[in-house]
Design a protein around this ligand. Structure first.
Ligand code: FES
Length: 114
């Protein structure tokens, strides 16, 4: 297998993440915030707001966005980009739900800390 192939790893059950909420999971490659939208989409992002480092996992999830709890900037869960007049981007990672379990691509996460 080449090194750019995904290395999918089971990190938790979908039910472990509240709908319209988030959960931080610790992996061998560092922590990542998992967000669950109302329609059961799951998104993996850094748990750090690019504005002043707010904990995005404690923000409010709406549609496919999260509002930072510190100064209310809004970020797309799909792209990590700030919405509206604000600028900035949160690192996103591939996440998939298979048979009710959430999988992350550990290779992409490892690239984050390398
Ligand atoms: S730290 Fe997130 S909006 Fe300011």
């Amino acid at each position: 297998m080449s090194n750019d192939q995904p290395l999918w790893t089971d990190v938790c059950a979908l039910e472990d993440i509240p709908r319209r909420g988030a959960r931080v999971v610790k992996t061998q490659s560092g922590c990542v915030a998992l967000f669950r939208s109302v329609d059961d989409g799951v998104f993996a992002l850094d748990d750090r707001c690019p504005h002043k480092g707010g904990p995005l996992s404690q923000g409010i999830v709406h549609d496919r966005s999260v509002t930072c709890p510190l100064h209310n900037w809004v970020f797309s869960l799909e792209t990590g980009e700030a919405k509206g007049a604000d600028t900035g981007i949160v690192q996103t990672y591939p996440a998939e739900v298979r048979a009710g379990r959430v999988h992350l691509d550990l290779r992409r996460l490892a690239a984050k800390v390398a």
